[in-house]
Design a protein around this ligand. Structure first.
Ligand code: ZLV
Ligand code: CA
Ligand code: ZN
Length: 373
């Protein structure tokens, strides 16, 4: 099966929201991605859909009524009062109460919920929501630029139809909100690969594996700075193979956080666009209903490059793509080379020092082989 029916969720309003001029998170990256996807003439090759915005009620399938009610009312003006002087719901400066924050969340979450339904009703084999992937949001508070956890809401939707969902997270941060939501169930396996050690959010050690019935159903792959395509692939492939063998997922959600790319403003890993996209190609090759969401990514032009190329991978047309960028509205952002590429840097791969990568791979595989096949 090489041609897949791809559903692509995009809301033209999403790029207009702003976390604030100095904030690292730039919703504009979804608009630039869309512009590139369009310039490469991919839109006619998929179902381009604008999802219904998620209602407050839908959000409370995971979040508390009190938190969702707060988000629906908060504005830059009333935030101090509604957060009890910054002690509840939005703690610290990572999650500002920006203008339109609730609508922004309803676009992101609406996309992931619609994408889940589109896969489950059999109308698509792959569904994409680049505005989703906000993996840190907690049941009763915002965290790490994430307010509403669209991924948890999408997976909960899938669990109404199928017994088991696999969640894979290649953002360079730990997917803590999704892991926590499903930590005690054996119906969702979560696997996050992330930078670990004096890095946000600080969770996700190799030994964190789930609890109770969920013991063994959380997989954490902690990394050090500078991981290359080759090193990353040497853990990604065997771990995903083993998970698919022992867990037999009915559907897969891949969070494609692009802050694991080389040159990211917050990252510190050294993946190229091709190395990052290899994860999409590899998951695609499993022939299991598959949802792609966005996530982090702070060097905006590279985020747009990676997600554009990964849209091509979903369509299985990546080999037909001209890596010289076509003319588009944002063309000047992509100089001096004007290419669809993210090149590696000369950063050392600290994962190869004292065999840490080999140890992490072996340990994760050993844990997985302890699960009943
Ligand atoms: O990519 O922050 O380190 C998914 C994702 O995974 C922290 N936050 C918190 C914990 C205490 N600190 C510092 C608070 C600083 C608040 C402002 C920034 C402002 C400008 C540029 C960068 C940051 C920043 N914040 C860098 N790292 C943080 C992390 C949160 C990272 C979230 C990653 C989200 C979308
Ligand atoms: Ca991750
Ligand atoms: Zn991240």
């Amino acid at each position: 099966m090489s041609k897949r029916r791809v559903a692509y969720y995009y809301d033209p309003d999403v790029g207009a929201y702003s976390y604030g001029v100095t904030h690292a998170m730039k919703p504009q990256r979804m608009r630039i991605t869309h512009e590139l996807v369009s310039a490469y003439d991919m839109l006619p090759k998929m179902h381009v859909l604008r999802a219904k915005r998620a209602s407050a009620e839908k959000m409370t399938r995971f979040h508390t009524d009190e938190y969702v009610d707060f988000l629906s009312k908060v504005t830059p003006e009333n935030a101090r009062r509604l957060t009890y002087q910054g002690t509840r719901f939005l703690v610290g400066d990572d999650n500002p109460p920006f203008e339109g924050v609730f609508e922004f969340c309803s676009i992101s979450a609406g996309g992931s919920i619609a994408a889940a339904n589109r896969l489950m009703d059999g109308h698509a084999d792959i569904a994409i929501n680049w505005a989703g992937g906000l993996h840190h949001a907690k049941k009763r508070e915002a965290s790490g630029f994430c307010y509403i956890n669209d991924i948890v809401l999408g997976i909960l939707e899938m669990l109404r139809y199928v017994p088991r969902v696999l969640y894979i997270d290649i953002d360079c941060h730990h997917g803590d909100g999704v892991e926590e939501a499903f930590y005690t169930t054996d119906r969702v396996m979560t696997c996050s690969i992330h930078k670990f050690g004096e890095f946000f959010p600080g969770t996700g050690q190799l030994s964190d594996r789930g609890r109770g019935k969920g013991r063994g159903y959380a997989v954490n792959i902690p990394l050090k700075d500078g991981i290359t395509d080759e090193s990353y692939r040497s853990v990604f492939e065997p771990v995903i193979d083993k998970i698919v063998e022992v867990f037999r997922p009915s559907a897969i959600v891949l969070q494609c956080g692009a802050d694991s790319l080389s040159g990211d403003k917050l990252g510190g890993l050294n993946l190229t666009m091709h190395g990052h996209a290899h994860c999409v190609q590899y998951v695609r090759s499993k022939n299991i209903p598959f949802m792609l969401v966005g996530g982090g990514g702070y060097t905006v032009k590279n985020v747009a490059r990676a997600w554009t190329y990964e849209t091509a991978c979903a369509l299985n047309i990546e080999n037909d793509i001209d890596l010289n960028l076509p003319w588009n509205e944002y063309f000047e952002w992509f100089g001096p080379r004007y290419r669809l590429e993210v090149l590696p840097s000369n950063l050392e791969d600290y994962n190869l020092k004292d065999g840490s990568l080999d140890k992490v791979r072996e340990e994760a595989l050993r844990h997985l082989s302890e699960l009943r096949p």
